[in-house]
Write a protein that binds this ligand. Sequence first.
Ligand code: ZN
Length: 362
Amino acid sequence: MPVGTAGTVKAIPQDILENLGAQIILGNTYHLYLRPGHELVRKLGGLHRFMSWERALLTDSGGFQVFSLSELRKVKEEGVSFRSHLDGTSHLFTPERSMEIQIALGADIVMAFDECTEHPAERERARASMEMTLRWAKRSKDYFEAHKHEVPWNSISTLSAENAERMGHPTAYPAAPALFGIVQGGMYPDLRRESAERTVELDFPGYAIGGLSVGESRAKTMEMIAAVLEILPKDKPRYVMGVGYPEEIVQYAAMGVDMMDCVLPTRAARHGLLFTSEGRINIKNARYAQDQGPADPKCGCRVCVRYTRAYLRHLFVSAEPLAGVLNTVHNLAYYLDTMRSVRHAITLGDLSGMLSGSVSLT
Ligand SMILES: [Zn+2]
């Protein structure tokens, strides 16, 4: 899932996302709550209509950004109080509040409010955090079940409905979203398994593995994912949050992971880092100044078909806005093509050929 932090996958218009084959994108609750505000988005018919995105949307719980971006946060049983990184104003996120915001945004998949355990964390701290996440999961579910029908299009204004019709949008989406639970437990496999078992007992239509990619080794990430996948039901979506490099997402998919999101393809693109079938390249490097080849000779995206590495380098070193756009289009194409190849290999019953790394992808 490409990450669309503030109602936009940075630098990319929605029609290009559609052309690239993105089926679902992620929106960040924390950012949309602070700006433009979930009540405004609700009033405008929900995030789908606000950003003109007809395909699926997943919102995170807001917890991760509170932990990574906000100042002066205080975690209590009730929830997390924090100051906005934008203007310093005080706010409180609780499981109930997170559900209310995500339902107001009109996400198709809503994430339970969890505490992302910091890394490294002592065992007792990781356990206490995991227990809190389980209590918050129960509160998230209780509130969600009572309020899930309060999606924006169930209370839509006539004007908004008329506008939707004019723009060719449906006037309604599914009657209620789905709520996914999140497994925590730090870097302790037994705590991870216990968290998975007890989250499954709460019975969600899908499950996420959170609190990874926080500075641990890749081997540790894989160990935690493997421990949890033993427990999570195979017939429900299993989502690893915040990963990873192209070769990692292939490995995780081979392990049985169904969904992943990552800012890497978009963020790296804005820093001039391109993922290609020949490995990662830094387009600002002087060696590309006269390179007339495409960013990736094996890529058929609109950027690789049309532009040279020399031109992409020129745009980047000149700080032209188009640099970020073109680099992001290619990186997203590379990631989405990677997952398309994974799905194809799964259909054929053989993922092993893809597991030697991204270089082998065609
Ligand atoms: Zn390309």
